[in-house]
Design a protein around this ligand. Structure first.
Ligand code: DX5
Ligand code: ZN
Length: 238
């Protein structure tokens, strides 16, 4: 199943509750909440109090992406605020495995994110414990960037390795994804799609979400798109 997780970074913050309702009605299954501390990434967004406040307006799954240093300091706060999935960055702390285990011990779903320069192999030892891996398709920090095509092969490597072990894990992609280029990510093995500007800047969120789900279903993992691109039969448009 393909999941669309709109990132509220591109939403109108003065109407956050209404913006979330809008994409929920339009068919989104998660809401992606980007938390930035100005240290791990050169930008700041919002923290647990904002999440706690919007939690009261919806029961949709909150997919919280922590772009903060030493995330272990704040896991309890985000759980209390109503996070359903907590994603920490591999690069953000000394012992990501310990933080992942802590999140799991609190009955929340745990995910590990890797930046574009981080090799996919770092997540392999934890695949059996993780609920999801997030492969960043841009440098984290800002919405509205262009997807980096070279990150897509990391999605394929992780999906192939997980399949070999018989592990059915979610693989999320985040950054610069739109209804046209998402097929490269799903064909490589992604099944949870984050999109900020593509959804919130569109005149009709429903049209984009439907188009995204349709494209994902047409190009699931291993559907051969990569070979056709290689042979020049399909033009690569990322
Ligand atoms: C980037 C964030 C993304 C971002 C996605 O650091 O993690 O979630 O908001 O926005 P778009 O889809 O506009 O790239
Ligand atoms: Zn994100």
């Amino acid at each position: 199943m393909f999941i669309i997780s709109p990132s509220v970074l591109a939403a109108d913050f003065s109407q956050l509750g209404a913006e979330i309702k809008k994409v929920e009605k339009a068919g989104a299954q998660y809401i992606h909440l980007d938390v930035m501390d100005g240290i791990f990434v050169p930008n700041m967004s919002f923290g647990a109090p904002v999440i706690a406040s919007i939690r009261r307006t919806t029961s949709i799954i909150f997919d919280v992406h922590l772009m903060i240093t030493e995330p272990q300091r704040y896991i309890d706060d985000f759980l209390k605020a109503g996070a359903d999935i907590i994603t920490i960055h591999y690069e953000s702390c000394e012992n990501p495995a310990e933080v992942i285990r802590y999140i799991k011990s609190k009955e929340a779903r745990a995910a590990l994110a890797i930046k574009p320069a981080t090799p996919p192999e770092v997540v392999y030892p934890l695949l059996g414990e993780l609920d999801m891996v997030l492969v960043m398709t841009v440098e984290p920090g800002f919405g509205g960037q262009k997807m980096m095509p070279e990150t897509i092969e990391k999605v394929r490597a992780i999906r192939t390795y997980a399949n070999k072990l018989g592990i059915d894990i979610d693989i999320q992609v985040d950054g610069g994804i739109n209804a046209d280029n998402l097929k490269y990510a799903t064909e490589a093995g992604a099944n949870v799609i984050v999109a900020g500007s593509a959804i919130f800047n569109a005149p009709r969120a429903r049209d984009v979400i439907e188009k995204m789900k349709h494209a994902a279903e047409l190009y699931p993992f291993g559907s051969g798109l990569a070979e056709r691109v290689e042979k020049g039969k399909v033009k690569k448009r990322v």
